[in-house]
Design a protein around this ligand. Structure first.
Ligand code: OAD
Length: 285
């Protein structure tokens, strides 16, 4: 791949963006930190607060299906913290939305489950790690296409149950530690470790990799596959830009690394792009 060498500046990124018509954005928890949602792997991230979550042995137990079947409480505690509807999008979410509105966004592959892309008006996004919008019963597999089925239970710190499998009750309030949940626990369609990503992921990646002309990675440690593997499927001559607090990914994977808070970097880029409405309306976010 031809390298841009030492020209690692905002102006270079703006130049690439100005010519790009099919931008792929890969985003992670870092873009929602300014909204008040902690990321996972930073010093103050969710995984460092392991002690606060009853019964977890490993931080990643939070997203382990066998663990959830035995003890869904820690996941539901976490779900209450970030349930969609409680937070507002950051400048970065609006920046992605602006790229979309201008017809330059091929796809935003988000690993986030906070739903803030939708709130910011992004249309072309895929929630690679699933969504709270749909859920299913782990016993009978029955599916609900609405968050209303589980929302009030989560907010009241109860475990939602499928009334068909649980003998009529639609929630469970756990009594004491170690007590196993009843039949019919409902799980939101969040992708846990070892679960398949949404079918659309592979379809979109195959299709998008033939059209993409610029890749921007923001707010992700790139530690989780297969989403992180997307970068390896993009042709090597396509410019790849990292906007993050730290360098991540394979050594020298990126043509440009814009290190810092993504809201600050996106604001500077929006100024250079001359996107005045965005800068004036959302600049103080
Ligand atoms: P991580 O917590 O692993 O990484 C967040 C990255 O964002 C780190 O590199 C931070 O330095 C950076 N960061 C934090 N705040 C930032 C800011 N304001 N501006 C710019 N960068 C910032 O989060 P993900 O990569 O999203 O899985 O984690 C991937 C997956 O691991 C998650 O989707 C989750 C977890 O297990 C599921 O939810 C299933």
């Amino acid at each position: 791949r031809q390298r841009l060498g030492t020209v690692n500046t905002l102006d270079d990124a703006a130049l690439i963006l100005r010519h790009a018509r099919n931008v792929v954005m890969l985003t992670g928890a870092g873009i929602s930190v300014a909204c008040g949602i902690p990321d996972f792997r930073s010093k103050n991230g969710l995984y460092a607060r392991l002690g606060e979550w009853d019964g977890l042995n490993e931080p990643t137990d939070m997203f382990s299906l066998p663990f959830f079947r035995d003890n869904p409480i820690p996941f539901y505690k976490f779900a209450k913290e970030l349930l969609p509807g409680q937070f507002n999008p950051s400048f970065t979410h609006h920046f992605i939305s602006e790229i979309d509105r201008r017809g330059r966004l091929l796809r935003n592959y988000t690993q986030n489950i906070d739903g803030l892309e939708k709130t910011a008006g992004v249309k072309r996004y895929l929630q690679c790690h699933g969504t709270f919008d749909t859920c299913r019963c782990l016993t009978c597999g029955r599916k609900w296409n609405t968050m209303e089925k589980i929302k009030h239970h989560i907010l009241n710190q109860r475990v939602p149950l499928c009334e068909f499998c649980s003998g009529g009750k639609d929630f469970w309030e756990h009594a004491s530690p170690g007590v196993k949940p009843p039949q019919g626990v409902i799980k939101p369609d969040i992708v846990f470790f070892s679960e398949q990503l949404p079918e659309l992921f592979d379809l979109f990646v195959d299709e998008d990799c033939t059209r993409v002309d610029c890749v921007i990675v923001m707010g992700s440690s790139l530690k989780v596959k297969p989403v992180a593997g997307l970068l390896g499927r993009v042709p090597r001559y396509i410019p790849q830009i990292l906007i993050n607090r730290e360098i991540v990914g394979r050594p020298h994977a990126f043509d440009l690394c814009l290190l810092g808070d993504c809201d600050t970097v996106c604001f500077e880029l929006a100024c250079r792009m001359g996107w005045r409405d965005l800068v004036e309306e959302r600049g103080d976010l």
